[in-house]
Design a protein around this ligand. Structure first.
Ligand SMILES: [Zn+2]
Length: 282
């Protein structure tokens, strides 16, 4: 039986660890141009890339954590002094909270990638809500703080869903502009060359830390991107660096602009990108 004193103590403990989580997240940030204050009502809610003044990019890894591969990847990231963003599947997150804890301790960001990896676009709001809430709970249980980012599985999400999810959960919806199609397992050298060829300042790069070939590709990928001068930040750091972009110079525009605010978002493809979107974009 929980007494109210117990609940209060537990809440205090949660608040304390949330503060630590925030502090860790903040201290992990690299020096950046002054970040905009808290999102304004007109702040973009969806990103496939960010318009930035500088060679900043965000590497993202989906579908983990994997008991074997994610720790290997964390070693590689640490050796390259790179901070990345992990969009975790709740079923895996709850099995390996220690991997999430290590990732955050080492400066990486954790985002929600649903509980069981379904395509949201044709699901009921109740089912989507349950997928999101269970993973939010799993991440909070592991880290003491809530995620602020969502990547919908397969990029499958409607504009209406983006809006209510942003309102209810406070998430920004993160898609991508570079897709090496690593899930098709084309081999490490192909993964590297696709990423290096397509990455631009402000890019959000999609990949998966559940495929051995992806992990094998990362040392060379990081070497080549760093040799080109790119600097790696987490997705939230990249968004905080966003600068307004002049009209007519919108990066990666692949469809109508769903959110025509003057903020830093690159218009997200609508409907969501197919798996090959990154390769067919100019
Ligand atoms: Zn996924």
């Amino acid at each position: 039986m929980k007494s109210s004193a117990f609940v209060r103590t537990r809440r205090l403990a949660q608040a304390g660890s949330f503060f630590l989580f925030l502090r860790a997240a903040l201290s992990a940030q690299t020096p950046a141009p002054p970040a905009p204050a808290s999102p304004s009502p007109s702040a973009p809610i969806s990103y496939s890339a960010v318009h930035v003044d500088g060679p900043y990019i965000a590497m993202t890894f989906d579908d983990g954590p994997s008991a074997k591969l994610t720790p290997e990847l964390l070693d590689i990231l640490a050796a390259h002094h790179i901070h990345a963003t992990f969009f975790v599947v709740g079923e895996n997150a709850i099995a390996h909270p220690e991997i999430l804890q290590r990732a955050v301790r080492e400066g990486h960001e954790i985002g929600n990638h649903s509980w069981s990896h379904p395509a949201f676009a044709k699901m009921s709001d109740a089912k989507v809500r349950s997928e999101l809430q269970k993973t939010d709970d799993a991440i909070r249980a592991a880290l003491g703080g809530r995620p602020v980012l969502l990547r919908p599985p397969y990029g499958s999400i409607t504009l209406r869903q983006k809006r209510w999810i942003n309102q209810e959960f406070g998430y920004r919806i993160i898609l991508w502009d570079v897709d090496p199609l690593d899930w098709k397992r084309p081999g490490p050298s192909v993964i590297t060359s696709r990423i290096v060829k397509e990455t631009r300042p402000g890019s959000i790069i999609l990949s998966h830390d559940i495929h051995p070939g992806t992990i094998k590709a990362m040392p060379e990928t990081f070497d080549e991107l760093q040799a080109k001068g790119f600097k790696f930040v987490t997705v939230s750091e990249l968004i905080a660096m966003g600068t307004p972009m002049p009209p007519k110079q919108q990066l990666g525009s692949e469809g109508p602009t769903p959110l025509s605010s003057p903020g830093a978002a690159t218009p997200s493809p609508s409907p969501a990108p197919s798996a090959g979107a990154g390769l067919t974009t100019p």
